[in-house]
Each structure stands twice: as structure tokens, then as C-alpha cells.
Design a binder for this molecule. Structure first.
Ligand code: LRH
Ligand code: MN
Length: 427
């Protein structure tokens, strides 16, 4: 873990500049009838789940370049997540992928998580890879496979993931399917969709009380001609057919170039079916890059839709916020810290939108002034707002800076040598 003193030292070095920035912004916001304190308190309510599969170095089919001190199992991954939570105060839950990070002892993992101040968000099933010893292959699909036995196997896996999730204290499952085709004629579009729906209905019927099921759409990869759950429309059709505890998960990278993702979000909100997010960023395809690193304005526009809906729908409107990234070149913890801060900043800017003035200009079709209301918020330097929110949560003014200052990575690189992981005595 990173000692509090280290965080305080890092904050001390940055406190004077932060104070100046915060006072300056407090004055500017007051001129816009916005209350610095009130916005800080709202930012402190923002939380995002960290994906268990993003703590190690990812890779592509062209190669993987592991870094020093990689976590060797889910226990060490939890320790790394607790560092992200400690420095940002906004990442108290882990989203687990099964079987990639299936614990050998769920109860022991829950205890370990508890000692680190962490819990579990949605669990993720995996019927897009064949596991050793698996009876039937998912080469030609899973919940949508033409062979009922393969569908049964995939359904059983999802029920196993839900059962494990219950033992971890999770209350949602995210189902992303690679099911699709590479060539015209290979699959029947309507039959394969109906098979997926029927399989999901079986899984939905086994959802424990209080649980939710998130369907995640993706246009292509690994299928390169058609994907059964290809777009938000297909995902919405499934969620509507399944029932009220099914909703749509929006992975920002799962949209074809130039898709207006913030409008997809608005449509799903109107349908009452926006279940959650996999935040990341991308330039071309499903690049799984650091959130806010390529299209920060799109991230702001998405939060603008979320804040707007939240004001209308109240506390009941609570989409699940999760990150889904793959770190090929960056230190995974540093990239996750950047992502959480980018999300806090995106949310903070959306909180500064003068919605009364915006509605006025929209009704009046005053294009320029309506746009200026958004850009005024977007172009506000909110970093002292989110830094203050982290400071009040005993976090870091500059999480990435504090992480570097802490020497945590070198520290774990020393202990995470090849030898097997030795659980801490207390477990
Ligand atoms: C598919 C996806 C899905 C996960 C996987 C790790 O591209 O976004 O959410 O199961 O990445
Ligand atoms: Mn995803």
C-alpha cells in the first residue's frame, strides 16, 4: 500500500498552487452563480469500477511487453486497485472477469478485498474463448450457437459466474458476446439473434433478487462481417425483451467511426435502458486506450447527457460506471489513475453547464449561444475542483504524480519476483 505520509508529502508540494487555483476558480464560478463547495461535494459522489483485467500489461496479437512488478494473481491485482482508490477516492470496486480472474477461494478474496476497502461491481462472463478441458468449442458462437449443447454450456457458464458473483457481493452480470460471422451467408441473422435472446431469457430467469443483467454491444472483432449484438439497437431489443432488470452497457470503443455516442446514450436513457458504461477511448476501433486521452470533448458531452438526465430522473438514475481498458505501453496503475481523473474532470465540467440558459437558447434556436453554454463549461479548468474533491477524501491532488513519488511500482517489482504469491499472514 502507499503510506499516507507519502500522499501528504506529495500534496504538500502541490498545496500552495492548488489553493491559488481553487480560490481563482471559486471566484470565477461565483460570478456564474455556481458554488465551488457544492460542486466539490457532488464530484466526491462519483465512483467508477476498475476492471480486474487491466492491472497487468495487455497486448495485441502483435505482441505483449510486460512491465516490472506485474500482479501475478487476483490478490495482487486487488492491492493495485486499492492504490488507485487510495489516490483518487473514487475507485472502491473491482469488476471481475471469469475465468480470467476467478479466485480459488471466493471467501478469502472477499476478506482480502475488505481489508483493502474494496468491493465488487458487475462480474463479466467469457464465452468468447475456449478454456482447457472445455467440452464444446465456442468457435462458431456461444449463446447463439446453432448447436443447443453449446448454448447449454454457455448458459451454464453464465449461471456459474452469477453464483460466484453472489459470493463476492456483486449484483450484476455483464454479457458481451463475440458471436457473429466473417462471411455473408455464414449465419442466419434473425435465427442467430433469436437463439441469443432465448439463451439470455434462460439466464435472466435465474437472476437473483436485486441483480441486473447488462448486454454489451460491439460492431465487430473478433467477427468481421456481422456480430449478433452489433449495435445499441440490437442490445436495446434484447434488454426490452428480457425485462426490467436487463439494460444496455455502452462501451465507448464499441462504435463505428463518427458515431454520435452521446446521442446513443440519450436514446438509451429515453428508453429507460441505460445500464452502464465501459469507459475508455479510441482513435480507430476498439483500441481500449486511456479514457479521455483521444476525445475528451466526447467524454464531456456524454457526462452532459448523464447530468441532464440525473437532474430529471433523480437518485433512481444510477448507471454502473466501469472502466474497460488495455494497457500495452503505459504502467497500468498510472493509466488507470489518468482515467479516473479524466472521468472526474468530465463529470465536473458537465456539472458547470448552465442548463436553464442552455434550454432557453435551444428553444430559441440560438445555435451560437447554445453551443457557447456547453463550451463555456468544457473550457473551464476544473482541475482544482476535482483535486479538492480528492484532497477531502484523503486522496492525492495529483494521483499520477503521487504514485510516481511513492516508488510503489519499484517496491512491488522487488517483491513480485517469479516466486509464487504468498498470501499475507492475516488471511
Ligand atoms: C469486448 C470487451 C468486453 C470484455 C472484454 C475484455 O471487447 O469490451 O467488455 O469482456 O472487452
Ligand atoms: Mn467492454
Amino acid at each position: 500500500m502507499i503510506e499516507s505520509e507519502r500522499i501528504q508529502q506529495s500534496n504538500e508540494a502541490r498545496r500552495a498552487a492548488h489553493r491559488q487555483d481553487a480560490e481563482h476558480l471559486r471566484t470565477r464560478l461565483a460570478e456564474r452563480k455556481l458554488d465551488f463547495e457544492q460542486v466539490v461535494e457532488q464530484i466526491r459522489t462519483f465512483e467508477v469500477a476498475i476492471p480486474s483485467w487491466a492491472l497487468g500489461t495487455g497486448g495485441t496479437r502483435f505482441g505483449r511487453f510486460p512491465g516490472p512488478g506485474e500482479p501475478r494473481d487476483i490478490y495482487e491485482k486487488m492491492e493495485d486497485v486499492s492504490v488507485v482508490n487510495r489516490l483518487t477516492g473514487a475507485a472502491p470496486r473491482v469488476s471481475l472477469h471469469v475465468p480470467w480472474d476467478e479466485p480459488d477461494d471466493a471467501q478469502a478474496l472477499v476478506k482480502h478485498a475488505g481489508q483493502l476497502g474494496l468491493g465488487f461491481d458487475a462480474v463479466n462472463s467469457n464465452t468468447f474463448q475456449d478454456q482447457t478441458g472445455q467440452a464444446l468449442s465456442y468457435k462458431f458462437g456461444s449463446l447463439g450457437h446453432t448447436d443447443a449443447a453449446v448454448r447449454e454450456q454457455a448458459i451454464a457458464h453464465n449461471l456459474h459466474v452469477i453464483e460466484l458473483g453472489q459470493r463476492l457481493g456483486s449484483s450484476a452480470i455483464t454479457i458481451w458476446l463475440a458471436d457473429g460471422s466473417n462471411y455473408p451467408g455464414q449465419t442466419h441473422f434473425r435465427r442467430s439473434f433469436e437463439r441469443v435472446l432465448a439463451s439470455l431469457q434462460t439466464i435472466y430467469a435465474h437472476l437473483p433478487d436485486g441483480w441486473q443483467l447488462f448486454t454489451e454491444h460491439k460492431p465487430y472483432e473478433p467477427a468481421f462481417y456481422s456480430t449478433v449484438v452489433q449495435d445499441w439497437g440490437s442490445s436495446l431489443m434484447l434488454a426490452q425483451a428480457l425485462g426490467e432488470r436487463a439494460s444496455c452497457l455502452v462501451d465507448l470503443g464499441h462504435h463505428l467511426p463518427n458515431t454520435n455516442v452521446e446521442m446513443v446514450v440519450a436514446r438509451l436513457i429515453t428508453a429507460g435502458k441505460l445500464g452502464g458504461f465501459h469507459f475508455n477511448d479510441s482513435k480507430y476501433g476498439d483500441d481500449d486506450l486511456t479514457t479521455g486521452s483521444i476525445r475528451p470533448y466526447q467524454l464531456f458531452l456524454i457526462f452532459n447527457e448523464l447530468v441532464d438526465a440525473g437532474l430529471e430522473l433523480g437518485a433512481a438514475f444510477k448507471p454502473a460506471y466501469m472502466i474497460d481498458q488495455s494497457h500495452n505501453l503505459k504502467d497500468p496503475i498510472e493509466a488507470l489513475l489518468q482515467s479516473v481523473v479524466a472521468l472526474q474532470n468530465g463529470y465536473a465540467r458537465a456539472l458547470l453547464v448552465d442548463r436553464a440558459r442552455l434550454a432557453e437558447y435551444q428553444e430559441a434556436n440560438d445555435v451560437i449561444m447554445a453551443e457557447r453554454v456547453l463550451t463555456e463549461a468544457y473550457e473551464t479548468d476544473v482541475r482544482s475542483l476535482t483535486a479538492e474533491a480528492r484532497l477531502r477524501g484523503n486522496g492525492a491532488l495529483d494521483p499520477t504524480g503521487a504514485f510516481r513519488d511513492s516508488g510503489y511500482r519499484n517496491g512491488v517489482a522487488r517483491v513480485r519476483t517469479a516466486s509464487a504469491y504468498v498470501p499475507p499472514k492475516s488471511l
